[in-house]
Design a protein around this ligand. Structure first.
Ligand code: GLY
Ligand code: MN
Ligand code: MN
Length: 510
């Protein structure tokens, strides 16, 4: 739609680049219009506020986050919009540390900031600063396309978010003063790289108070970020339940992929048909995708992060689908299934698939043994992979030589890790120290993936032709129980050869 050109004297002056965003429309701005827009609205109808399931866990999370930082003010921004182009933003998704400490998901908290305020008696109080909905007499109400009620719906009030989360809430406009309170006596820590405005505010306060700034404060800020990662290594009961919900929704997505397989085969970009089928379920059942879906048919499965998904899906191919629904609380599943497009594994496909499945079973069995370290789970899977490659005469050295640090030849065909923590981020707890992650003993509440694979590229001249172009990964999500046993929370998503074939047959009404 194009408006007719304006002819008023002011508007005929050269228009600054900053104003060009408004070129396509003319906004009424008379006093009469503003008064008219502020009048005549019926009583506001708002749904009753529900207490978030995370709320009862937030005090413990705040204590854990603040424990090494007594007396310091700890700043956790949600992040802001990221411009996609011109005045169109990407859909907002809060930083996971913010989501963890507030229990908030969704799209209503851009520019919000959680502050863990030091208490005199020790510990911290969590205070949430955000931009609440403006009154209907404000210009924001009808004219602000990023925050205004006319444009993005009614944002919540301070009272509503307080009722939802149990947190003390304050207007974002009071943040600067709150950060500067007792300047000089209270040091500040911030999660860097999330919101440059808030970061500048913190730097300004530090600078005025004579506190370390910039690079001099980096190490301590990074210690705070590390802490926020490490307190998520063990999931509380709410988080475990959300991960199970994410896996349940992901199963629905895979069910729909199976139904869409015949259409995928008939489409020149069948991989997109699979991606679309899963994406629809992810939006219907959750917030969306936890990460970009990998729908990789045939040799594309050997490109580990194949997200172009623009290839055909051919009869006789295996199609590797790595996908996860992120539920509204932002916890995500991370599941891979490798499916025979025509419903039946060929002999060589089954051989490769069974090897990967055996590696999954060995990894799960190791995880269930007492005294298992995170990295032991990978080692157990790799022993099976190396053994099968040797049996098939693909490995040019012995299994032991390959498993030794100086060898590792088997990794040519399985180049990624077998496990990663899972939670709000698909690769959760990424800033944790190695000794808390790879080298740590498995502990109750930990949630992680088990995802071995075998990848035989079409151009690999070291393997017989029958293997070339076959890529298989099987990925499950597990949680460590209070008694140390490990539950595969994705056990309802079929994965043995017989189960997968039966699953496809049932989905397609065979
Ligand atoms: N989907 C990414 C991964 O499996 O780690
Ligand atoms: Mn994974
Ligand atoms: Mn995955």
């Amino acid at each position: 739609m194009t408006d007719s050109p304006s002819t008023s004297p002011e508007e005929s002056a050269p228009q600054s680049m900053a104003d060009r965003g408004d070129t396509r429309s003319r906004r009424p701005d008379s006093d009469a219009f503003r008064a008219f827009m502020a009048s005549g609205w019926g009583e506001r109808v708002t749904a009753p506020v529900e207490r978030s399931g995370a709320a009862e866990h937030l005090p413990a999370r705040a204590v854990a986050a603040g424990e090494p930082f007594t007396g310091q003010r700890l700043v956790v921004p949600a992040g802001t919009f990221k411009v996609r182009n011109n005045d169109c933003d990407y859909r907002f998704r809060a930083h996971s540390a913010f989501a963890h400490l507030t229990g908030l998901g969704g799209e209503r908290e851009p520019d919000a900031v959680l502050v863990l305020e030091p208490r005199e008696a020790g510990g911290h109080e969590a205070v949430l600063y955000f931009k609440p909905r403006a009154s209907r007499t404000s210009k924001e109400f009808y004219a602000d396309s990023r925050y205004g009620e006319f444009w993005v719906g009614a944002r919540p009030s301070l009272e509503e978010v307080s009722a939802q989360t149990g947190l003390r809430c304050a207007h974002i406009d009071t943040l600067r003063d709150a950060l500067a309170k007792d300047a000089g006596q209270v040091d500040l820590r911030i999660v860097r790289g999330v919101d440059s405005n808030v970061e500048s505010m913190v730097e300004e306060v530090r600078s005025q108070a004579g506190l370390p700034v910039g690079e001099d404060a980096r190490h301590e800020d990074e210690r705070f970020e590390e802490r926020l990662s490490e307190i998520r290594l063990r999931k509380d009961p709410f988080e475990r339940a959300e991960l199970r919900r994410a896996v349940e929704a992901t199963k629905l997505g895979f069910d729909d992929i199976l139904k869409a397989l015949p259409r995928a085969v008939g489409h020149r970009r069948g991989e997109r048909v699979i991606e679309g089928a899963f994406g629809a379920v992810a939006r219907e059942e959750g917030n969306g995708l936890g990460y970009d879906t990998i729908a990789a048919s045939g040799n594309h499965a050997n490109t580990l992060h194949w997200i172009d998904n623009d290839g055909p899906v051919n009869e006789g191919d295996l199609v590797l689908v790595d996908a996860g629904v992120e539920v509204d609380s932002l916890y995500t599943a991370d599941i891979t299934r490798t499916l025979p497009v025509n419903g039946t594994f060929s002999e060589v496909q089954a051989r490769v698939y069974q090897a990967v499945l055996d590696a999954c079973e060995a990894a799960l069995a190791r995880a269930n043994e007492p005294g298992c370290r995170f990295q032991d789970v990978h080692d157990a899977a790799m022993r099976v992979i190396a053994a099968r490659l040797r049996e098939w005469s693909l490995l040019p050295v012995t299994v032991e030589e390959s498993l030794s640090p100086a060898g590792q030849q088997h990794r040519r065909w399985m180049p990624h890790g077998t496990c990663h923590h899972l939670g709000l981020d698909v690769h959760d707890c990424a800033k944790a120290r190695r000794e808390m992650y790879q080298e740590a003993l498995l502990e109750p509440g930990m949630a992680f993936t088990i995802e071995p694979g075998l990848y035989f590229r079409a151009d690999d001249e070291l393997i017989p032709a029958e293997y070339r172009g076959i890529g298989v990964r099987i990925e499950d999500d597990v949680i460590v129980n209070e008694d140390g046993s490990v539950t595969r929370i994705s056990e309802d998503i079929p994965r043995t050869i017989a189960e997968v074939e039966a699953w496809i047959a049932a989905a397609q009404g065979c």
